[in-house]
Design a protein around this ligand. Structure first.
Ligand SMILES: [Zn+2]
Length: 206
């Protein structure tokens, strides 16, 4: 089947029925004719929403990496920890694989994902070149599956709950900022679908 034809079809994620994509009115939804599952919707402020969400997420990401995430009172001395320092300490102690793994999933991939959402929003809004937008879209579809920061946050929370019994822990501003960042990240990936981003691309560049 040729690619042009495939672009006009969508498969229901629940019952696998095949549907042709039709132009929708703004802010309306298309449902599966067989099982009524939501197939796609037309969001009139998709681009502005993406810019606003990714800009806020980026801000919370920067705060959570710049300030103290946790303060530990250890035998009378106080330890202040932040995420980049914790990662560097892993490398210093020779835990290269763990350090690399955590840096990738806790720092590099989340930062890349959020930046690409923001750049893509700005590219659409300011009408940057189609080739540039397409590269961003392809990179985004490849890396967003690997963005597992929410899983890591839950691991950190569990670790902290265990540590609270052993040490006196005081959670810093970066900790709360990290929670807000993760919530925004989850909302962003749930509310802005790749399908709609590609549709937006087709509309603007073809
Ligand atoms: Zn269906």
């Amino acid at each position: 089947m040729d690619e042009k034809l495939l672009d006009t079809l969508i498969i229901c994620p629940k019952c696998q029925a095949l549907h042709s994509i039709v132009e929708l009115e703004e802010d309306t939804k298309a449902h599966c004719a067989t099982c009524n599952t939501l197939l796609y919707k037309e969001d009139s402020c998709l681009v502005d929403k993406m810019i606003a969400l990714s800009l806020s997420a980026l801000l919370f990401f920067i705060i959570s990496n710049s300030f103290v995430i946790v303060q530990i009172d250890l035998l009378g001395s106080e330890e202040f920890m932040n995420i980049p320092a914790m990662l560097l300490r892993l490398f210093d102690s020779g835990f290269y694989i763990v350090g690399l793994f955590l840096s990738l999933f806790l720092f590099i991939l989340p930062f890349m994902t959020i930046s690409i959402y923001l750049l893509l929003g700005v590219a659409y809004r300011l009408g940057w070149s189609g080739a540039y937008a397409k590269n961003l879209l392809i990179t985004l579809s490849n890396i967003r599956l690997w963005n597992m920061v929410d899983i890591f946050l839950i691991s950190i929370l569990i670790a902290m709950v265990k540590l609270v019994d052993l040490f006196a822990l005081h959670l810093g501003i970066a900790f709360y900022s990290l929670i807000l960042y993760v919530l925004l990240d989850i909302y962003l990936s749930k509310s802005i679908k790749m399908f709609n981003l590609w549709r937006e691309y087709e509309r603007r560049y073809r």
